[in-house]
Design a protein around this ligand. Structure first.
Ligand code: ACM
Length: 655
């Protein structure tokens, strides 16, 4: 990829002052941005030539409330890094950038589509609605040099965009990211930052996971203990899930919650960026923070001693089998007025038409021993614990319905029967979604196998530990519509960021980028436009933008991948053979077995490797064009042997 070309016949002033008029000066290097739009647009025609931002920019935009924040952002983007004087006019056919809302809607564009025409002197963005203009503007930013994302003035740039004609609209209306603000708390300002980052790639839904065992994060005025007790736990750092039990009386000073005013502010902030916020109150499982606040919601003796979980082990997997009862008890009549009170306030605060009611991973081992549950089963004719949960879900659905909202839940809400207009969020693979769609329910696809953003994205020996891996290339292969279902029932999809192991915003960013670029493209772009190699190139170009935005991202796609297996053709019965690869094509891998750090003067990987009998470490690094590009991975041979199902060799150190 050629990033820079030398301008030939048309020369530009480095000071930008006369950027629109050709000058007779020596040629200056001009950054030309190869087109690297993510998500890929529906159609893009390169028209040849380029447009250059002049030092005085006028924007034509009608006086519309729904464009106000977009215009503030546009003016900032165009003036701050460039130093240009930017003004807005209501009508100005000669404006540098024209934002036009169609008087007669154009069917193909729908609610979110746009036309973007970049010609030598003007940019025109046309849409049926403000959202379309907003997305057209995001595309325009990506056509300009990456320095347009600089938070400070960049001198000596020529702000060129290639001339193009784009028509673009999303494949799906539901393009979501879920942010778990319960396991670790993220402030209102941090949630706004999350929104700012997601909209650049045309996401339109933020699912906030507001309640869980580790914290209740939304003020419910009629139930004050949910936040005075339920929002706080002991502050611990390390590998969440393995922490020591909190000592009696240990300060519970980690946490926080959003007040009603905070929520209103977030909803407004999101709305101005064309994002709906989907609130989740996860019940009947994952409810320890609620029970620690109001123990009378349990059916289990001793619940009054329960505390908000601080990351200690409290569940056995697979199962789940709970070591303490973290469920709201379906047989406890106090639970339903409680939920009524919660959903009353939630429904008032969030204008989105759906409330997420969780339903996942509900441990039923305490229900199995509960007299109250046994009596409920007899009274209601319920035969299984799944039917007990289904009884609960149907009552929840009625409560949520009484507030004028529809329910969405994780795919477990299907088990034991489900109310007809419930939306199902399929997370345990796509099978829950297929089953739900076959039953006529609408579905949002968010399968662990493709979109779980808490999973490691590179090798476990170099990534912060999580129990599973999801590489960028796999995320990019996400297809939300399984062959066997009616595509109309698939509303879209979303990536989910659970935050047990995510303690801060930098790591949040590392986990969501670049996999959320892949998911964005799967949800916005036509299926036939997807192309892994081209996406990898565009992702790398977007890394340059993220660097300027000071957004952290993972470069795992450049790392070596180890594929060890038992070598059945080997001389010894326990021979290991190691194949190496990379997600991105065109990289060279160099390796060592002698514990020294390889570079491009070391052996280059060409065929599967058989480690020498006494080598304890295989070190591999990736290069491109003679320069290192991925991380060096130091892989213990015994780790490879374990992965291949071979016995480890006790003499190999370190193990
Ligand atoms: C989930 O990941 N438990 C929905």
């Amino acid at each position: 990829m050629k990033k820079f070309i030398i301008a030939g016949s048309i020369l530009f002033s480095g000071l930008m002052g006369l950027a629109q008029q050709p000058l007779r000066q020596p040629a200056a290097p001009v950054a030309v941005t190869p087109i690297s739009l993510i998500p890929a647009p529906v159609s893009l025609r390169p028209d040849g030539g380029h447009f250059t931002l002049p030092p005085v920019i006028t924007i034509e935009a009608r006086d519309r409330q729904d464009l106000a924040a977009t215009l503030v952002d546009l003016v900032r983007h165009l003036s701050l890094p460039t130093g240009a004087a930017v003004s807005i006019a209501k009508v100005d056919p000669g404006a540098t950038i024209r934002l036009i809302v169609n008087k007669t809607p154009e069917a193909v564009l729908g609610e979110e589509g746009y036309h973007l025409t970049v010609s030598p002197r003007h940019v025109v963005i046309q849409a049926n609605r403000a959202a379309g203009l907003f997305y057209g503007i995001q595309s325009l930013y990506q056509l300009l040099p990456k320095e347009i994302e600089s938070p400070v003035r960049v001198h000596g740039m020529v702000w060129r965009a290639p001339c193009v004609t784009i028509t673009d609209y999303p494949r799906f209306g539901w393009r979501g990211l879920m942010f778990d603000v319960s396991r670790h708390f993220f402030t209102k300002a941090e949630v706004k930052q999350f929104i700012d980052e997601m909209v650049k790639y045309k996401y339109n839904l933020l699912h906030l996971h507001l309640t869980d065992d580790e914290g209740w994060r939304i003020e419910i005025k009629s139930l004050p203990k949910l936040t005075s007790v339920g929002a706080w736990r002991v502050d611990k750092v390390g590998t969440f899930g393995t922490f020591s039990a909190p000592a009696p009386g240990e300060p519970r000073n980690y946490g926080g919650f959003y007040t009603h005013d905070d929520i209103r502010e977030l909803v407004q902030y999101a709305k101005e960026r064309f994002v709906n916020i989907l609130p989740e109150v996860d019940v009947p499982g994952h409810s320890l923070a609620a029970i620690a606040s109001y123990p009378e919601l349990s059916c289990t003796a001793g619940a009054e001693n329960y505390q908000v979980r601080s990351g200690e082990k409290f569940m056995n997997w697979p199962g789940p089998v709970a070591l303490i009862d973290n469920t709201l008890c379906p047989a406890n009549e106090k639970v339903y007025p409680f939920l009524d009170a919660v959903f009353t306030e939630v429904a008032q605060l969030f204008p989105f038409g759906y409330i997420h009611v969780g339903g996942d991973e509900c441990a039923k081992n305490f229900w199995e021993k509960s007299d109250a549950i046994r009596q409920l089963m007899q009274k209601e004719g319920l035969k299984t614990m799944e039917e007990v949960q289904s009884y609960f879900e149907k009552r929840v659905e009625k409560i949520v319905g009484s507030k004028g909202k529809k329910v969405i839940g994780w795919d477990e809400i299907l088990e034991g029967g489900l109310a007809p207009n419930a939306l199902v969020m399929s997370w345990r693979g796509v099978k829950g979604g297929i089953q739900a769609a076959k039953m006529g329910h609408e579905v949002v696809m968010s399968p662990t196998t493709f979109v779980y953003l808490d999973y490691m994205q590179g090798d476990a020996v170099v990534e912060p530990p999580v129990y599973a891996t999801l590489r960028l290339k796999t995320a990019y292969s996400f297809e939300p519509v399984p062959d066997s279902v009616d595509a109309k029932l698939i509303r879209g999809g979303q990536g989910n960021l659970w935050t047990e192991q995510v303690y801060n915003m930098r790591h949040m960013e590392y986990m969501i980028w670049p996999r959320s670029l892949a998911i964005a493209e799967c949800l916005w772009s036509p299926k036939e436009k997807k192309d892994w190699n081209d996406f990898a190139r565009r992702t790398e170009a977007n890394f340059g933008r993220m660097d300027l935005e000071q957004v952290k991202y993972a470069r795992s796609m450049f790392d070596p991948i180890f594929m060890p297996k038992k070598d059945s053709s080997g001389a010894a019965a326990d021979s290991l053979i190691v194949q190496l690869s990379t997600e991105v094509e065109g990289l060279d891998l160099y390796y060592s077995f002698d514990n020294s750090n390889p570079d491009n003067f070391y052996p280059k990987y060409a065929a599967p490797l058989i480690p020498p009998r006494d080598a304890s470490m295989l070190k591999v690094i990736s290069y491109r064009g003679g320069r290192p590009i991925g991380r060096q991975i130091d892989m213990p041979i015994n780790e490879l042997r374990r992965r291949a199902g071979l016995s480890t060799r006790p003499w190999l150190k370190p193990d």
